[in-house]
Design a protein around this ligand. Sequence first.
Ligand code: CTP
Length: 428
Amino acid sequence: MKIEGNQLLRGRRVLLGVSGSIAAVKTPLLVSALVKAGAEVRCIITPSAAKLISPLSLATLSRQRCYQDEDQWNPVQTRPLHIELAEWAEIVVVAPLSASSLSRWAQGLADGLLASLLLACECPVVAAPAMNTAMWENPAVHSNWRKLKHNTRVLPLTPSSGLLACDRLGDGRMVDPELIQLAISSGLIQKSKSGILNNDWQGKRFLVTSGPTIEALDPARQITNRSSGRMGVLLAQAARFRGAQVDLIHGPLQLPQSWLEGLTTYPVNDSKDMQKSLELLQPFADAIAMAAAVADIRKKGGAISKKLNKENLLASLDNGFESVPDLLVEVVNRRPIGQVLLGFAALTGDDSHIEKLGKEKKHRKGCDLLLANPIDRNGQGFEEDANGGFLLGPEEMVIKIPVTSKLALAHQLLDALIEIKPNISKKY
Ligand code: CTP
């Protein structure tokens, strides 16, 4: 499976802190994935985490020694270790972040190597807490977490819900290592762009459609479009990493399930269900991105319950179809004041053709922004890690976007949506 951000991590310096929660058993997988993606990884383990997993596993997987508390005041050190590591790291990740490490960090305590490092570092920090549900819901823990969430250097990955090792079913499960890897790539993109993490989507609600829709012909056959759902889901997660509350309406996806963690998801199959979910959710959205590849035609009167034989199938193909309504146009027509709309256009041909058709489509559909992207070039578009094209906006705005990772493109699209929002609010 392709994991977004592999190129983004090549040569990047990631410092991974592991603190005392049983979720630490998943951290070696994260170290291994980061190293395979070309990152340089160094690990710090707290004394309680070292009772749960072996420092040797982390050292072996990272190809570096794993630092522990006793190393901090080792007389062979010529500079304080926590300062040296803080200066080395481009990004810090704490996975898992235990209740006590969270408390130390939020209170500004420097007892222990990881705690000192968290006070000393000036780079972005991805924080992935894990603990028992009652501990997570404790007001003291919550107040510490709130403090960190307001720190613009922190990318907070709120725990998800599930069966915990303490046999409790509830919130407190550390998000999946695949999602943490995505958050690291996202943090590095933001750092390269502006030097800091940006939580400019805080307080905003974002609605995204993604993936293909499927129109059944009979129990065996269906009409659909090519789409893995990658662009829409990355757009949704990038906005969530920047603080948005995200609703994702999606058709069948070909992506790691963990990429949906932290989003409110509405799985659908056909365009009718997507249409219903859009009607329900549109009024609450500040911005909408329509990245779904909606199937263009469907069987008149719906799918046939009995499998058609070949003869009937041909007769049915002759006259039994209708166009699927244009969901983007419907959304544009009922937009409330101030809502910003982004559409996509999957096109073929050379650059000038794509720009021209994209402009026509944007005009016809009436969205504020439209990304016109080629789908007939190697290494970009459907099912690929990368994408590029023309971003078309208000007043004949055209920005050529060179091919880049879909995650970096997602951040560019979020920047553009935020930038035009004040103008849109005045216009409608
Ligand atoms: N779209 C939609 N409803 C449809 C078809 C498309 O909401 N029934 C949206 C897509 O989500 C995308 C935009 O419209 O944001 C453009 O989709 P695209 O497939 O490129 O264009 P079509 O409208 O289908 O036009 P054509 O296939 O003729 O180029």
